[in-house]
Design a binder for this molecule. Structure first.
Ligand code: DPP
Ligand code: ZN
Length: 874
């Protein structure tokens, strides 16, 4: 496999200035005629060949400036087109290819989903449509003519503005779209189909009236209203918060059922996985509403951070993704609850990114090599990328960060640029040096932050000793010290913040320590009492922190910290310490458990904390989280057992309070997706989960009742899911009922049934999944279905996936092989669930390795899957 290196980046000797594309779509095939206006660069020598990308294309005809090329003037095959001696001046290359969208199960390029023709081009799908310089640094003006049968494709869409349309004879019609903004090919989009729509409008701050539309299959229009509402709020927010206005008169979104990503930010024509568009209370959960709001915002925000300013090459992917995730996180924080959003994001980071960063697939947020770019749309690029931008904002402060962003937009609008250019604007706007900070982009691995402290009453001096260390990752044996912004406070005996008169030994700015060395010993003088330190407030840096605080101090923080994140974290830490000790053979003391119980009881009873926060706080760290903290020789059964026992020990004494609070949180009001209602449902369902998992008397029945009486999917799915996870006596019947009555007729609800089915920690789960996949009606070409079943199994069912007999590993490996021949991108993603294998105990490790080695010998794997497999076994 060819490895591509960042250090080899070179501009192309030719530029495509404009692309005039003519699509003729019929049921049988699609013919694409491309007129590309091409220029040599100033320094291009005569005789330099023009090399265009292509993938699975067959060339029909080729001409330059209208004159057909002789056979000896070019070479064309499935992987590209070379014109040996193009003119050393501006010229027009004309090519014609014929595509078979119907058979395109990779879902890259032009394909059909539910009868609709649609495209996905990021990262390298455009080369499956026509021969092109399919790289993000070639920005061209696009004009697109689409001709298609009127009866099957009355709706014809592409990027930009509609400039012409009409009848094309013989039952065909046409539309011509022109995009006034130069763009890279990965932002190209085309849709042709028989679709319904809802429309609305948004007037920008400077008075531009933008026509908004969301297209979907007929009959689903009502389910697009929440997405439209989210879109308008996103547009307003980007003006308020970043001064960014929309720049076209039209913004279209299309929902399709078969989609590799969640959604795609094509200029003026976003294409969405329909699970991130459709919402109605009876089939979508609060989590779905939340996801829709977030992803609609994310793709919209890409218009500035991604489209107007794009990436020079794919190594810079997090230039647009990390920044845009940061922006969508800020949007949600402003629209809903900031602390709740932060806690949820950190839970996601720890369960999604930290395992990646600490396992065989670890890579820097800006990688310096890849063999398959599609395997780099990872939690590291996205979520760690967002953390890096967040740290920058923390270090520079809100105003300083905004100054940098303003300069970024001003200086780089219309360009394809780099992480270096991004950091440079912040350095310049704030007159700071970000050279060391840049290491965050270049170095893989999650740093470990160690802390110890001491207090000297005589001199009223409090000393904090901090250290940072990052373990080696694949290809990076030695690590450098990073710049860690550590937000903090010192809390006095009465629970309020203490001040100090002097600091030495480190950099402390207001409520932030900036640790940029491997170690530091920071002395605070004028501290009248021994404080309890509250460190890493708001999770101000994405690190693992080793704390030496006693349980009593942690619980003190849980009660008194003014930082909600650290209140939540303190409870988690207490639970984690008890679980880890017990798994290691040191059972918890009754006293320790009682103290945690009481803290949970107080949290639940608090009049100031909101419901959503309580729902997050009344929990123990997840099994995967506990395993990662232990780090090696993991027996997932033992982790599962100990966690379940601890949950019981902590929450059984609170059963009455849990039940009473559950009953008080009424579920009668009509469904609304606002933060308060969502929080109320989250807490109520959390309480139900605690009652069921701590085996409280009558809890299983309560769940069955909630299931039966639920008036929205959030409450129904929660009841089903807690019943299934605990495998209550009703679980089987509820699953069957859910399948028949809700899942059978709605594929997005079927995904929920598949996910619950795959998460059940019982031995029969693998046979059940095999039966699901064996059903000839199960659509193996649909990424959502596969991810809901196999993806959820490998990521969220640790005891069954990592079974000692290897059955879980085999199941996933066999599915990967089968899916690989249909959709390599999805297959490669399913395989990443194996990333935990090096930290398992010996027997399970051997079983995992056997499955991976079997995969290696199972025939020809796609480049996507082979790349993941190679790294997994390295
Ligand atoms: N559409 C995907 C995203 O927005 C890839 N750009 O993250
Ligand atoms: Zn994105």
């Amino acid at each position: 496999q060819d490895t591509i290196y960042l250090k080899d980046y070179a501009a192309s000797p030719y530029r495509i200035v404009s692309a005039d594309l003519d699509f003729r779509i019929t049921e049988a095939d699609t013919r694409v005629r491309a007129l590309l206006t091409i220029e040599p660069r100033e320094d291009t020598a005569a005789g330099t060949p023009l090399v265009l990308d292509g993938n699975e294309l067959t060339l029909g005809s080729i001409a330059i400036d209208g004159a057909p090329l002789v056979l000896s003037a070019y070479g064309a095959d499935a992987s590209g087109l070379t014109v040996f001696e193009p003119p050393l001046r501006r010229f027009v290359l004309e090519t014609e290819v014929t595509l078979k969208p119907e058979g395109n199960t990779r879902l890259m390029g032009l394909y059909r989903s539910g009868g609709t023709w649609c495209t996905q081009c990021e990262a390298e799908g455009f080369r499956r449509i026509t021969y092109y310089l399919d790289r993000p640094d070639n920005l061209a003006l696009f004009k697109v003519r689409i001709t298609a049968p009127l009866n099957v494709a009355p709706v014809l869409l592409s990027n930009g503005n509609l400039i012409d349309q009409g009848d094309a004879g013989e039952g065909m019609h046409f539309a011509v779209w022109e995009d006034p903004f130069p763009k890279p090919s990965y932002l190209f989009a085309l849709v042709a189909g028989d679709l319904g729509s809802i429309t609305d409008s948004f007037t920008t701050a400077s008075g531009r009236k933008v026509a908004l539309a969301i297209y979907c299959s007929h009959g689903k229009e009502d389910q697009c209203l929440w997405a439209m509402d989210s879109l308008k709020r996103s547009m307003a927010w980007d003006e308020r918060r970043f001064g960014r206005e929309y720049d076209l008169d039209i913004f279209n979104i299309v929902a399709v059922s078969d989609f590799n990503f969640g959604a795609m930010e094509n200029k003026g024509l976003n294409i969405f996985n329909d699970k991130l568009v459709f919402a109605q209370p009876e089939s979508a959960t609060d989590a779905d509403y939340d996801g829709i709001e977030r992803v609609i915002a994310h793709e919209y925000f890409h218009n500035w951070t991604g489209n107007r300013i794009t990436c020079r090459d794919w190594f810079q992917l997090c230039l647009k993704e990390g920044l845009t995730v940061y922006r969508d996180q800020e949007f949600t924080s402003d629209e809903r609850s900031r602390p709740v959003k932060r806690i949820s994001d950190v839970v996601g980071l720890r369960s999604g990114q930290f395992p990646e960063d600490g396992g065989p697939l670890a890579h820097p947020a800006r990688p310096d090599q890849y063999s398959e770019i599609n395997n780099f749309y990872t939690a590291t690029v996205y979520e760690k990328g967002a953390e890096i931008v967040r740290m920058l904002a923390t270090l520079l402060g809100e105003a300083g960060f905004r100054k940098g962003m303003d300069l970024y937009f001003e200086r780089h609008d219309g360009q394809a640029t780099t992480i270096e250019a991004f950091l440079a604007v912040f350095a310049e706007a704030n007159d700071v040096d970000l050279e060391q900070f840049k290491t965050w982009y270049l170095q893989a691995g999650t740093p470990r932050l160690s802390v110890s402290d001491s207090y000297d009453g005589a001199s009223q001096t409090y000393t904090l000793k901090l250290g940072q260390q990052t373990q080696p990752t694949p290809g990076q044996p030695t690590k450098q010290a990073l710049v860690l912004p550590i937000k903090f406070g010192l809390i006095g005996p009465n629970g309020s913040e203490m001040s100090w008169t002097g600091v030495s030994g480190g950099t402390v700015r207001d409520d932030m320590i900036v640790l940029d060395t491997a170690e530091a010993e920071i002395r605070f003088t004028g501290v009248p009492n021994k404080p309890v330190p509250s460190l890493l407030r708001g999770f101000s840096a994405p690190v693992n922190m080793d704390t030496t605080l006693s349980q009593a101090d942690q619980l003190f923080l849980a009660q008194h910290d003014s930082d909600p994140f650290n209140r939540w974290q303190a409870l988690q830490d207490v639970g984690m310490a008890l679980a880890v000790a017990a798994i290691g053979g040191t059972p918890w003391s009754q006293q320790a458990v009682t103290a945690l119980s009481q803290a949970m009881a107080e949290t639940l009873a608090s009049e100031t904390l909101d419901d959503a926060f309580k729902a997050l706080a009344l929990n123990l760290p997840a099994e995967a989280q506990i395993s990662r903290t232990i780090g090696k020789d993991i027996d997932p059964d033992r982790v599962h057992m100990v966690r379940a026992a601890l949950l019981k020990a902590v929450f059984t004494p609170l059963a009455l309070q849990l039940l009473q609070t559950y009953r008080k949180l009424s579920s009668d009001a009509p469904y609304a997706p606002d933060a308060a209602s969502t929080g109320r449902r989250a807490l109520r369902n959390r309480l139900l989960g605690l009652l069921v998992s701590s085996d409280a008397a009558g809890a299983a029945d309560l769940a069955a009742q909630q299931y039966a009486g639920a008036r929205n999917m959030t409450d129904r799915l929660a009841a089903l899911s807690v019943s299934a996870l605990a495998w209550t006596p009703d679980a089987e019947a509820l699953l069957a009922h859910f399948h028949t009555n809700f899942a059978a007729t709605n594929p997005l609800v079927l995904d929920k049934w598949l996910a619950v089915t795959a998460s059940v920690p019982q031995d029969m789960v693998i046979d059940r999944m095999r039966a699901v996949l064996a059903d000839p009606n199960f659509p193996k070409t649909n990424p959502n279905r596969l991810r809901s079943l196999v993806g959820v199994f490998s990521m969220a069912n640790p005891t069954q996936f990592a079974r000692a007999d290897g059955a879980g590993f085999r199941f996933v490996a066999e599915t990967v092989v089968e899916i690989d021949s249909i959709n390599p991108q999805v297959a490669a993603r399913l395989l990443t669930g194996f990333r935990v294998w090096p930290m398992l105990e010996e027997e399970r490790r051997a079983a995992a390795k056997t499955a991976l080695l079997w995969l290696e010998t199972s025939g020809s794997l796609s480049r996507n899957t082979a790349d993941i497999l190679t790294r997994m076994l390295a």
